[in-house]
Design a protein around this ligand. Structure first.
Ligand SMILES: [Zn+2]
Length: 507
């Protein structure tokens, strides 16, 4: 029924167009109207057929969501789901699908998303127009429904002031002359990752940063907050009491951060922190329970202690991301037990679209920058065979692996399209961890992956630590040079390469 109504409407509009224009435009618009009529249809199944020809996995869901609102009324400032204005409608549709906000006005959506040539347009792209109210600025937005490559005509679904949610054509005179451009809301995910975090300790003596730690993450937080997902390694516990499991001497190296510091992690932008490391049990069960309580209160996910939380799942842009962490200590989920690793990664790969693995392993110290072949032993402990482990995780469905533990950085590799950082070193360890020379390097790595978890590109943001301060931008970019050199030397077979400016690109 809608099909015939729409056809009728089209004919009516074509007539209006022809009548309402000067000679030069008549010719052009008649041409448009003719081609438009051929594919002028609003039937949902027909739409699906058209859309099915384009290469985009999520578009059918997006169209289902958008079309489910056809006929709903327009209201100024309407954010849905009962009434909408134009940007309220596009925001609502993408929020249902991605869980993220694409922008509060049409001009904001236009400014925020990637410009696309009209000839490269796809269903699901945003199309922008001026409106009588906005003058020459962007004032109206819709979502492309289908597109004719030969004519570059398209149809779009939008909230129109007079008719509510409807499908219109780019060839309508009203929209044709107001068309501004196309933008694409990408379905890639950005993941920011860092190494060890221990914000300060009250044990064995008070070693806490100024201003109650409020400045620790000031350089890092814009990057962490901006990423779709931000992860790190929590090297220590958030706890105010408890008893050290590592003795009380000056070299006991038990880390206890006040519970009042927990909100700093949230404000910094972290979504997930691995607990599988050699400091998570510094204050026994009380320390672990307190840490988990603090992180839960902040809405930060965690995992890695054996017999407790085995893995975590978070949703971003409509994708389920599974996270897990492995360490080398008896109380952690152990990466030397390949069966355990395989089982946990398998389960996450089954349940989720993307799997991210945190690994605490490898020998420690300034002489341990190179990634060896085979397994590593440190202080009499088996610290894992990290190459083998990382590749094993990829074979089992892991998409991103971020390592830490050596307290220095190591190489980066892309293996079978998946990103591996073998060690990110220290990140925010203002006290009780050496920050001399390369130990002070604190990279923040941000990568883009596609919706299947394949590595697309990355950027190393060089930072450096000073005692008591936390990570700060390092204009010299020393850590980039080091990661580049280590990657060139230790994983020459990597599918990606580190550039001198910190970009990570496929070869
Ligand atoms: Zn450690």
């Amino acid at each position: 029924m809608k099909f015939y109504h729409f056809l009728f409407l089209l004919i009516l509009m074509s007539i209006t167009i022809v009548v309402g224009q000067n000679m030069c435009n008549i010719e052009r618009d008649m041409e448009y109207a003719t081609t438009g009529d051929v594919k002028g249809m609003a039937d949902k199944d027909t739409l699906k057929d058209t859309i099915g020809e384009t290469d985009d996995r999520m578009m059918p869901e997006l169209m289902d969501e958008a079309m489910s609102h056809l006929g709903k009324r327009y209201s100024y400032g309407g954010k849905g789901p009962k009434t909408f204005d134009c940007s309220g409608f596009t925001s609502y549709v993408f929020r249902q699908l991605y869980g993220t906000e694409i922008g509060h006005s049409s001009s904001e959506q236009y400014a925020r998303h990637s410009p696309i040539k009209r000839s490269d347009m796809q269903p699901g792209d945003l199309v922008f127009f001026t409106s009588p109210r906005s003058g020459r600025q962007v004032g109206h937005v819709g979502i492309v429904v289908d597109y004719d490559t030969s004519t570059t005509d398209f149809r779009f679904i939008h909230a129109s002031i007079n008719e509510g949610i409807k499908i219109s054509k780019s060839t309508d005179y009203y929209y044709d002359r107001r068309f501004v451009g196309v933008r694409r809301v990408s379905d890639t995910l950005s993941i920011a990752m860092v190494g060890d975090i221990m914000m300060g300790t009250t044990f064995p003596s008070m070693m806490l940063p100024d201003n109650e730690g409020a400045d620790l993450f000031k350089d890092a937080s814009p990057l962490l907050v901006d990423a779709d997902l931000a992860v790190g390694n929590l090297e220590g516990v958030l706890c105010d009491g408890g008893k050290s499991t590592k003795g009380t001497g000056p070299n006991s190296y038990a880390f206890r951060t006040p519970t009042s510091y927990a909100p700093l992690l949230k404000q910094a932008g972290f979504d997930y922190l691995g607990q599988a490391n050699n400091h998570a049990n510094d204050f026994g069960k009380e320390g672990i329970e307190s840490t988990e309580r603090c992180l839960s209160e902040q809405g930060i996910l965690f995992s890695g202690i054996e017999g407790r939380t085995e893995s975590a799942v978070i949703e971003r842009k409509g994708k389920k991301i599974g996270l897990c962490a492995f360490g080398h200590n008896s109380y952690t989920l152990k990466h030397v037990e390949m069966e355990t690793v395989g089982r946990i990664v398998d389960n996450l790969a089954k349940e989720c679209d993307i799997v991210v693995v945190s690994v605490h392993g490898g020998a420690e110290g300034r002489t341990q920058s190179h990634l060896p072949m085979g397994s590593e032993t440190f202080l009499g402990e088996n610290r894992g065979s990290l190459r083998e482990l990382a590749h094993f995780c990829v074979e089992h469905g892991a998409d991103v692996i971020y390592g830490h533990g050596p307290h220095v950085v190591r190489c980066l590799e892309v293996y079978k399209g998946r990103f591996i950082a073998y060690s990110l070193g220290n990140f925010c360890t203002p006290y009780n961890v050496s920050l001399t020379g390369i130990s002070g390097y604190a990279p923040l790595i941000e990568i883009e992956i596609d919706s299947q978890g394949r590595f697309l590109s990355g950027q190393i943001h060089p930072m450096i630590q000073e005692r008591g301060i936390g990570p700060r931008h390092d204009k010299t970019g020393r850590v980039v040079q080091q990661i580049k050199q280590l990657s060139d030397e230790d994983v020459p077979q990597s599918e990606a390469v580190v550039w001198p400016d910190g970009q990570i690109r496929m070869k």
